[in-house]
Design a protein around this ligand. Sequence first.
Ligand SMILES: [Zn+2]
Ligand SMILES: [Zn+2]
Length: 444
Amino acid sequence: MRVRFWGTRGSIATPGPDTIRFGGNTSCVEVTTNDGGCFILDCGTGARALGGALLANRSGPLSVTILLSHTHWDHIQGFPFFAPLFVPGNQITVCGPEGCARSLREVLSGQMEFTYFPVEIGQLPASIAFRELAEGVHEMGGVRILAQYLHHPAMTLGYRIEADGASVAYLCDHEPFAETLTHDPASVAEDEPIAHEGDRRHAHFMAGAGLVIHDAQYTPEEYPAKRNWGHSTYEYAVDLAGAAGVRELALTHHDPAHDDAFVENIARRARAYAKERGYSLHVRCANEGLDLTVEPHGVEHLVASRFASHAERETLRGMRILVVDDDPDIRALARLALTQDGHSVTEAASGREALALIEVQAPDLLVLDLLMPVQNGLDVLRILRSNTATAELPVVVLTAMDDELYTRAGFEGGATDYVTKPFTIPQLAARVRACLTRSPGRLT
Ligand SMILES: [Zn+2]
Ligand SMILES: [Zn+2]
């Protein structure tokens, strides 16, 4: 597989003399398989030059698959300027995460309304198909594409493309699920050193990949002020890629405020960090124009048993979910997120009320606040886990930021997953989807 970077900037295009080396165009990566299959990861402003190059080199109509991580500006603004869309006969398939408030086509049409752009989506001469993807394994033109939810304020997918005996994972925009990446080695002897199920799955998703392209927008010094903005540090990317046995890591989604010297320094620091941690991982900051060949390496195919099939996913709609929080605003937000996904939601304002409701209603999943006045979430969790009927009940706990003590107690008390407040509707929806798909008894 060949991988070429056409846009490496996050948030907003940043052209100018200070960004010549790493580039000013926003997220866009071209992946070409040996038999000429063309996949485009995100359609930031880099897609304009890519479109021109594809037209210049074509022999006959083009067939292109666009994989959108999500629809924030910096991942779609190049779409209306992607020239192959203006040529009749070209086949463009646009994929993105399913289950957002509007369809993928509607969202992309929005930025092409007459107020913003002279050509509406329905007027584009190419043949365009839209395909909304859930977490799981997808076949596209003989290529295996895996998708997995990332941790970002919008519904966002990471992709893993497996072809030619090699794998490339693209993971933008994403931030650590847990502030505390690893279990406290002094207090718990764990087989699995990564503490949060989400971070563990994130590492697993990269397992043995020849190349991982990862968000690293912030430095470790900047990150605390940007927590919950949905981006990673190089340390997180290096730690997870290192643990996953990845060969090569390309850091990208560079912050618009970081000039070439700054990004160069991030690359140096990331390499030193990887060395210090003992990983045999080649690390670089991706620049516009970077062209890489990904050779077969390690794990060719990711074992996909953690994903639900389409039929299984269908049965996961309409679950009974109990939301337990003393804050009525949080309950209302959670209700909105979960009813939108087709679940039926009941609410409890205290741990005591929750335990009573669980006995009567036997919910399929619990969203549980840890800090509540009457009977707190940890007590509830302890009672549930000691009772055979509820020992396996999936529980997504809600924790406050900067509350490491409770977070650790939640992990150790048997929480299935946890979401940090404040959360957005897509964040909670994605966690609950992932949690239901993976709960014991549903999947092995
Ligand atoms: Zn972005
Ligand atoms: Zn984003």
